[in-house]
Design a protein around this ligand. Structure first.
Ligand code: SF4
Length: 198
């Protein structure tokens, strides 16, 4: 890993590689969840809620994700959630190719260290970033491709962004099916109960 020296474990504590994002962010939003999670969800970047709270996928998108996890026997506290870029782009624009490249060493390092069974790309930007090709997210949702991520080889599952289900109800089944496949991959399908904790 050549360019992740600014990390403290899985966290980036200080970074000013992207001038526009340094101006627009309130804070660096690092990934959350266990450092040995079986599943890592990767989003595009922090939005307003995430920038404010310092955690990926909070607000309405986070609620959609949490509900889907719960439905399929997964729990948010058992999965890791991170982003392609860790700082909020101005006016919620897509991160530029340069910004994605700037932040990629951190994402690669995080994925190498966690070494999950499956990485879930939530939406077009993370899918294309991780698979390094053009992706038609809706038609490819639920498909898995093994790719090189830094020094690791990881299985990446394409998924529509949870927010897509809020704007287009026809995406609900596509999203649910992809999360169901994640649960099947990690053996959680069937509504594994937290009762086992007691
Ligand atoms: S997006 Fe990533 S590379 Fe860019 S300033 Fe933030 S932490 Fe640094």
């Amino acid at each position: 890993m050549s360019d992740s020296e600014g990390m403290d474990g899985l966290r980036v504590t200080a970074c000013e590689r992207c001038a526009d994002l340094v101006d627009s962010r309130s804070r660096i939003v690092n990934g959350v969840g266990p450092d040995d999670a079986d599943v890592v969800f990767v989003g595009e970047g922090p939005g307003a809620n995430e920038d404010e709270q310092g955690e990926p996928f909070v607000g309405r998108s986070g609620d959609v994700l949490d509900d889907a996890l719960d439905t399929h026997g997964l729990r948010r506290r058992d999965v890791r959630i991170t982003n392609c870029v860790r700082c909020r782009p101005p006016e919620n624009r897509d991160p530029s190719e340069t910004e994605l490249a700037n932040c990629r060493p951190y994402l690669e390092r995080e994925l190498e260290l966690v070494d999950p069974e499956v990485v879930v790309a939530l939406g077009k930007v993370p899918a294309q970033h991780l698979l390094e090709r053009s992706v038609a997210v809706t038609t490819e949702a639920g498909t898995v491709e093994t790719v090189a991520v830094g020094d690791a080889r990881l299985d990446v599952l394409v998924c529509v962004h949870p927010a897509a289900t809020l704007y287009d109800r026809s995406q609900e089944d596509t999203f649910a099916s992809a999360i169901e496949k994640v649960a099947t991959i990690v053996g959680a399908e069937g509504g594994q109960s937290s009762l086992g904790d007691f």
